[in-house]
Structure formats: C-alpha cells, structure tokens
Design a protein around this ligand. Structure first.
Ligand code: ADP
Length: 624
C-alpha cells in the first residue's frame, strides 16, 4: 500500500478475541485506521493504556487511539469505516449485526471472519448479501492477558471471497491489505470460498467436538489409534455430504487432512475449550451443519450427529441454570443461601443499584453484593480449588440474575485472571475499604487468610499508610493451622472451644509446617491433652502475629477466614497485644465487602464525571 499517497483505509473490528486482536494489531501496524469495539471493561482499559501485544509466532505491541465500549459510541465518534470485520462467535452475531447498523453507509463492506459453514448467513438479513465478504481464518492464538495474545497457529493462506461475487474488488483489496500486514490471504471467487469454508469446517469438526467430550488435546487425540479411527470416520461422513452438495475435494483429501491434523499441538481446539469451560459452543455451525446438509441429501451422518448432540446436551445441562431472569433451581438455591437476612436492621433487598465485590483468595472465593447504602445484601463463599468451576459461574449467574449489578471489582490472589469484573484492586485497598465502613479513622488491620498474614496501617482519613505481608511461607496462616490441627486430630470447628478450657502456655518451636507436625506428634506421645494442644497451636500463631509491626495507640481490627473460624484467637491476641482486638461481623467477607464499596465509588465517580461532562457540553452549546 502506498501509505503516503492514499488515505488510510478505515477498519472497524467488532469482537476482540484472539482472531480480532491479531488482525487489529497487524492492520494498525500496516497503517490502517483501526477502531475497536471492546465490551469487556478491563480489556478496554488495558488496550487503551498498553495497546495489544502479540507473542509467540508473531511479535508486536501496537497502541490504539480509537477504542470504544459500544457501537453507539463508535457511531457517535463518526468512525465511518470502509470495512467492518465481525470476529465474534457465531451466536453473538445476530445481536451485534443489529447494533452495527449504526455504522452502516453505502461504501461499507462487511467481513465475516468466523469459521463454520453458513455463518455469513447471519449477517445477510441485516446487510444484504452484496455487502458481505466471507473469510476463512487460518490463524489462531490464546489469550495470556486480556490485551495479549500468544499466536500459536498460522497455516497460510487465509481465504477471502465475496459471497455473490459483487464485491470481488473489495475482497482483492482487503486480502492485499492482510497480506501486506503479514497475514497472507488469497482472494477467491464465490465457489472457491465455499469449498475452502467446507474444507476448514471439516478439519475443525473432525477434532473439536471429540477433544471437548474426551478432554483431549489435539496431539493426544492424534496419538491414539482409537481416536484417530473416529476422526477419519467423521471426515469421511463430511466428505460424502460435501460431495452431495457438489463440492469436490482432491482424491487424497482425507489423507492430507490426517497429515495436517497430526501437526496439531498439545492444546485444545477453541470449541473444545468452550465445552470444557461450560461455555456456549459453535457446534451448530461445525458438525451440526454436516448433519443438517446430510439430512437434506439423505446422507447418514451418525458420528457427526452423535458429537453434535452430545456437545449440546453437555452445554445445555450447564447453561440452563445460567439463563438470565429465568433463574433455575440452582440459581434460586444460591440466592436463597446467600441472601442476607440481617436480624439487627431488617434490611432486605428491594431492588435498586447494587455493586459486587469478589475476593479470589488462595483458599476461598468470597462474593459480596451491597446496595447503594453499602449494606451487604448477598454473601457467598466457595472453595477456590473447586474442580467444578461451574459452581463459580452459577454464583455469578445467580448474582447477575437477581441483583441489578452496576459495577464490580475483583480482588485477591486470583484477581488478574478474573476477567468478568469491571475493575481490579489489591486486597490491601479492599481490606481498608471494607473495615473503614464501620471502623473509621486511624487503625491497624490484621488479615489472616489461607496462605498469608497481612498487617495494614490506615491513617485518620482511612487511607492505607503502609502494610506488611508474610507471604513467603505458610507460617501462622490458615493452611498452617488446618494442617497442624489435622495432625493433632483436633476438629477445626471445635478447636476454639477446646482451647478455651486450657491454661497451657507451651507453644510450638517451629513454624515450618513439616517440623511443626513432628513436634505435634511428640506432644501426642507425651500425653498432652487435646485442649492444651489446641491452645498451644493458637499461642504459637498469636505470638507470631504479635511480633509483627503494629502502630501503637490506635484500634486493631482483625479480619479473614482464620478469625472467622477461630474465635479464641481474638481473646488470646487481645491479651498478648494488651488491647481489645476488634472483630467485625462476617470477618471473612470484609475484603469482598471492601471490593464492592470500591466498585460503588468507581461507578459513582464515573457517573458524576459523565453528568459533569454532559452539563459542561450543554452549557457550551448554550453559550455558543
Ligand atoms: P484466602 O482469602 O487466602 O482464601 P480466607 O480469608 O478465606 O483466605 O481464609 C482461609 C482460611 O480460613 C483457611 O485456610 C482456614 O484456615 C480458615 N477457614 C475458612 N473456612 C473455614 C471453615 N469452614 N472451617 C474452618 N476453617 C476455615
């Protein structure tokens, strides 16, 4: 492209998953004016501040100045694209196409950059077939951060064709653009593009569903004689259907498919990833289409039918309980269990704006929803290492279907991997915000969780002054406590009660879990009673905490899962520190409460800013 002589070509990309991100970065680097529609707020903010980063087979960091949350915003900003690329999942297209009508002009060309048979037909009712180019995408990647893709696959070329040959010159132009940008793409006629679509779909369908149902990576599926036989039969069926549709492949097609699939790496195909993570899949446009066209031509497609229906049954089972509004039994149970029935203030949620805080701790994930007055209206807790990640999704679904969540904040050890929240903040800030709701002014906060102990100092205005964290070893943390108690055969739920019956003053010499367990064995052999052992374990922890630096002369508030389940530590620490240690209600949820409060403040700030900006533009238009 002669960049100096020509106006840059304007490309709007809708759908910023790996396919859209790779294309966006390379086209922008090539000199196109690229605008992005990014619905996820965290991704949006990261792309605005740090750009899109490509790693792996392609390397680039590309900054963007046209990043929007909605297509309405794109239209307001008058992006006026020459091309609109849809790089979304097929089931997101219908809705997105309607919204993209705002960007429609006579000159615009629409590109369907999804794989699967007939996916372009979802765009035809909205834009008309003469506007649409269909792309066969032969590159892929996986996200390593919301704004970062590891490009792990590119088998050139991609193909691009006008679906009724009306826009062949546009297909040629955009293919040239992609090729110059480093994504070799061939423009082909409407017959050739259909053949390439079928070819790609057959390749995808042969492995994806099987890998999803069998939890196999591509390399694993291709290394096993039994699955290879299945794969070959799935392709065989699809080829017979394609031939009935008058799509002819070379004689060695199946053999070359198998050779191609053998190169598949040790990762999951995208559809398999969706099955494994209980997400909606595009199976209807892969194996499902082979079945549909098979029925049209009276060709039996038993294997494709089996995998299509199996995948659908698996995802339907998980998705029904996640349908917004129609909260299923699971949703209702979660809400019933988590809803706060506050005996003191009789606050019951009656509707209105709510804010969600999620604390992804090393041991437990805590959810807190607050109303506009910062009252907790819902709390829930699940183990972090719950193999059934579905439970996590169900809780999120239940929350979103029953509360009008305006903004959310994630915190804790796993916060960076939780892309469903609007913002993320450290546990330090969230603990300070949560505690400061009821304990205003200068204070120490002690937070003992599963894997660490934190001491936080807040000033008069509730701001964090500094903090200390012991996170290098498990000494004195929740997991240490649980392991030692287990070795001593003390039921954790009774430990505080047992310790309260003792006056024993011996503590453990070692904080290394392994040595501490050996010491406990010795206590048992020495005949030390269970009550004395329980107090001895608590004493060791209290003494460890007492050695950490607290600001003198200000109140100390204790939060976290350990104090929530080991009330004896409150009196013991009060004794050791010579001050009355305060413990708020629901101490394990204080950090998620703080996250919800931070979400509320961020939302209020943004809204006020919008109102102020609106007022000032209104004033400007008046004065003009
Ligand atoms: P994190 O934020 O690191 O996940 P938490 O503040 O949730 O940590 O506290 C986790 C710790 O709290 C556990 O390691 C355990 O010691 C204690 N704990 C939490 N729930 C329970 C329970 N139901 N019974 C006993 N102890 C518990």
């Amino acid at each position: 492209m002669d960049k100096a002589a020509k106006q840059p070509i304007k490309v709007a990309i809708i759908g910023i998953g790996p396919v859209g991100m790779i294309m966006a970065a390379l086209l922008k680097q090539e000199g196109c004016e690229v605008s992005l529609c990014v619905r996820n707020k965290i991704k949006l903010n990261l792309i605005k501040s740090e750009g899109i980063r490509l790693e792996g087979k392609m390397k680039a960091t590309v900054l963007f100045d046209q990043v929007y949350e909605t297509m309405d915003e794109m239209a307001d900003a008058k992006v006026d694209p020459d091309y609109i690329v849809f790089a979304l999942k097929s089931y997101q297209i219908k809705d997105a196409a309607q919204k993209a009508l705002k960007l429609y002009t006579d000159k615009v060309t629409i590109i369907s950059a999804q794989n699967g048979i007939d996916v372009e037909s979802l765009l035809i009712p909205v834009f008309g077939s003469d506007k649409i180019l269909r792309m066969v995408v032969n590159y892929a990647g996986n996200l390593t951060a919301p704004n970062c893709v590891n490009v792990n696959f590119f088998t050139p070329p991609n193909y691009l064709g006008s679906i009724d040959d009306n826009r062949a010159e546009k297909a040629a132009e955009f293919a040239r653009l992609l090729t110059d940008a480093g994504l070799l793409t061939k423009d082909v006629n409407s017959f050739e593009i259909i053949k390439r679509i079928w070819e790609k779909t057959i390749l995808n369908s042969s492995l994806s569903a099987l890998c999803g149902v069998g939890r196999l990576t591509m390399a694993e599926a291709m290394a096993d004689g039994d699955t290879v036989e299945l794969i070959e039969q799935i392709i065989n069926e699809a080829v017979v259907v394609a031939e009935a549709e008058k799509i002819r492949f070379p004689d060695d097609f199946i053999r070359s498919c198998m050779r191609y699939l053998k190169k598949g790496g040790n990762h999951f195909p995208s559809l398999a990833g969706d099955v494994i993570n209980n997400r909606q899949t595009e199976i209807d446009y892969f194996n499902g289409k082979i079945v549909e066209y098979g029925k049209k031509h009276y060709v039996r497609t038993s294997l494709n039918l089996a995998f299509t229906n199996m995948v659908k049954a698996m995802t339907n089972k998980n998705i029904t309980s996640r349908v917004p509004g129609a909260a299923g039994v699971v949703n209702r149970n979660i809400v019933q269990k988590g809803i706060v029935r506050n005996k003191k203030s009789s606050i019951v949620y009656q509707g209105g704006p709510c804010f969600l805080g999620v604390d992804l701790g090393s041991a437990y994930i805590k959810f807190t929803v607050i109303d506009d007055s910062q009252n907790a209206v819902f709390r829930f807790i699940i183990p972090t290492l719950n193999k059934e990640r579905i439970l996590h999704r169900q809780v999120m679904q239940a929350i979103h279907s029953d509360f009008d969540i305006k903004y959310s904040c994630a915190t804790g050890y796993g916060r960076k991997h939780f892309i469903e929240s609007d913002i993320i903040k450290t546990e330090i800030n969230c603990a300070a915000a949560g505690v400061s709701r009821d304990f205003k002014g200068a204070k120490n906060i002690i937070d003992i969780g599963g894997e660490d102990i934190k001491i936080i100092h807040c000033d008069e205005a509730d701001n964090v002054l500094n903090f200390y964290m012991n996170d290098k070893c498990a000494a004195g943390t929740g997991s240490f406590l649980a392991e030692i108690a287990e070795r001593a055969e003390i039921p954790v739920s009774e430990m505080s009660h047992l310790a309260a019956q003792s006056n024993y003053d011996k503590e453990l010499n070692s904080f290394c879990t392994v040595f501490a367990k050996t010491e406990i064995m010795k206590w048992i052999f020495d005949g030390i009673s269970i009550e004395d052992t329980a107090r001895g374990i608590y004493l060791s922890i209290a003494n460890r905490v007492a050695k950490m630096k607290l600001v003198p002369g200000v109140p100390t508030v204790m939060v976290g899962g350990v104090i929530a389940n080991h009330s004896y530590l409150q009196s013991l620490l009060s004794e050791r520190l010579n001050q009355n240690i305060l413990v708020p209600d629901e101490p394990q949820h204080l950090v998620s409460l703080g996250a919800a409060i931070i979400a509320q403040k961020a939302w209020t700030r943004e809204n006020n800013q919008l109102t102020t900006e609106k007022k000032s533009t209104d004033n400007e238009s008046v004065s003009r």
